[in-house]
Design a protein around this ligand. Structure first.
Ligand code: GLP
Length: 262
């Protein structure tokens, strides 16, 4: 696991955006796995700026989002479809037919989940999966106790997640209780995973994910089993890590080495 600790949330977002932009420049038809929540918003803003100012080209990129609430149509203001539209898709040259999210209103949800998995496979798999982390240690909506081999399916949200996400809905009662989510097994098949976490409220979940045992109780800890993971943190989210000095030393050495190689 590569752990990058930046001074603040803005620097962490810039590092995450640079990883994504570098991939898109290297592989113009890259398949990106995208995430929602408050954390990735500033990363998406930077990608929009790169598109506008430097012509970063998303014309051939395909995207798959991690999750969607069950029962919210794409037009619902709090749906993840709408979130992605407003935060990214409307502002870059991604082709609408190349951007997919799980369908939370399908009549046959299990069939829609299987079709989503098939679409990811047909696209050749995800090159880079952007992730956030829930305060309960979840990735996507894989709540504590989720199978670490799980595939895209419907999950019940925990009381903690409902509370955390109520800020987007105005009140807890309006937060859907179910979501369609990629499984941890689906996520671990991405060729690279980039988890972005900022703020002291994420510090305990980050510590458990990076330095705790691999456990279904903290589904983000399954990333320890993946050979290519980058954790991009700000100082606050890294605040509980026991080995932060080691990660900083290793990252500084890595940057010096790659600058010398250029
Ligand atoms: C939701 C999403 C996750 C996201 C998490 C954290 O539960 N399903 O993918 O990582 O929220 O969101 P935030 O970035 O708002 O803290």
């Amino acid at each position: 696991m590569r752990v990058i600790i930046e001074a603040d949330a803005a620097a962490a977002a810039a590092t995450a955006a640079d990883f994504i932009a570098a991939l898109v420049r290297r592989k113009p038809d890259a398949v990106l796995g995208l995430a929602t929540g408050g954390t990735p918003v500033s990363c998406y803003q930077l990608l929009i700026e790169m598109h506008r100012q430097e012509g970063l080209d998303f014309g051939q990129v395909r995207t798959f989002n991690l999750d969607e609430y069950v029962g919210l149509p794409a037009t619902h203001p709090q749906s993840y479809h709408r979130f992605m539209q407003e935060q990214l898709f409307d502002h870059v040259n991604l082709q609408p037919e190349r951007c997919q999210l799980p369908d939370g209103v399908a009549d046959d949800l299990p069939a829609a989940c299987a079709a989503y998995e098939a679409a990811i496979r047909e696209a050749g798999g995800i090159d880079l999966q952007l992730l956030g982390i829930g305060t309960d240690g979840h990735i996507a909506f894989n709540e504590p106790g989720s199978s670490l081999a799980g595939r895209t399916r419907v999950k019940h949200l925990t009381a903690e997640t409902i509370r955390d996400n109520a800020r987007f809905f105005g009140d807890e009662a309006s937060v859907p209780r179910l979501a369609v989510t990629m499984g941890v097994g689906t996520i671990l098949e991405a060729r690279c995973c980039l988890l972005l976490a900022t703020g002291a409220h994420k510090a305990e979940a980050v510590r458990a994910a990076v330095e705790g045992p691999v456990s279904a109780s903290i589904t983000a800890s399954a990333l320890q089993l993946h050979p290519d993971v980058v954790m991009v943190l700000d100082e606050a989210a890294a605040g509980e890590l026991q080995r932060s000095e080691y990660y900083k030393m290793a990252e500084a050495a890595e940057r010096t080495r790659s600058a010398a190689a250029e």
